[in-house]
Design a protein around this ligand. Structure first.
Ligand SMILES: CC(C)(COP(=O)(O)OP(=O)(O)OC[C@H]1O[C@@H](n2cnc3c(N)ncnc32)[C@H](O)[C@@H]1OP(=O)(O)O)[C@@H](O)C(=O)NCCC(=O)NCCS
Length: 173
């Protein structure tokens, strides 16, 4: 039987468990320096999923702007669910909770770079016209997705401006 998990903003007590969670979810990739740099930014929304007192899922949403536009946008990621607890709705629930919090704060659009088969389940649509901080390979364009939170029909356009932690070419290639 699937046990129930709880969601909420990441607590100081979760911080020590985050490297272990990311190492388990991304065995081929070290995302911990990026995640820790983002966690140091008070404007980044950090949500965690727990089973009892264990951290089993985590997601970050970074606020950004589009060049020459006034709307606030956000970038979803990274997102990690511990392999022992995947495919139980935890990732989907973390995304839904984040989107609802961002919508309440007036964020216009959320961007994500990831598998369209997965993020499409949460309403994301492929090939955003927003330009990421670094050019993507042509084969990644469909993985660059958008979701309007304000009821708008079309995605926004313009260059995405993000905090420094995201401004490294290797994160985008
Ligand atoms: C990808 C990941 C975050 C998904 O989280 P999860 O809690 O396992 O996913 P959920 O249970 O919320 O999935 C919901 C739906 O997506 C589907 N799904 C899950 N993982 C998927 C994947 N990798 N590709 C496509 N669909 C996927 C499930 O079948 C489920 O659909 P259903 O409810 O219709 O059956 C998690 O598997 C993970 O951490 N993977 C390793 C790290 C990673 O790839 N992170 C994402 C990139 S930043």
């Amino acid at each position: 039987m699937t046990q129930s998990f709880t969601l909420g903003e990441t607590l100081p007590a979760d911080r020590a468990s985050i490297p272990t969670l990311y190492a388990a979810a991304f065995p081929q990739e070290d995302l911990v320096p990026l995640v820790e740099a983002l966690l140091a930014d008070p404007a980044v929304l950090s949500l965690s999923a727990h089973l009892d007192d264990r951290l089993i899922g985590h997601v970050l949403f970074t606020h950004g702007k589009l060049e020459n536009r006034s709307e606030t946008v956000a970038l979803l990621g990274p997102l990690a669910v511990h392999p022992d607890h995947q495919r139980q709705g935890i990732g989907k629930a973390l995304i839904a909770d984040g989107l609802s919090r961002l919508k309440a704060k007036g964020v216009t659009e959320v961007l994500v770079l990831g598998d369209p088969a997965y993020y499409g389940l949460s309403g994301f649509r492929p090939a955003s016209r927003v330009k990421p901080p670094y050019p993507l390979l042509a084969e990644w364009m469909a993985a660059w997705q958008w979701l309007r939170l304000d009821g708008g029909e079309d995605d926004l356009a313009g260059r995405l401006l993000l905090p420094n932690a995201w401004m490294r070419a290797e994160l985008w290639s």
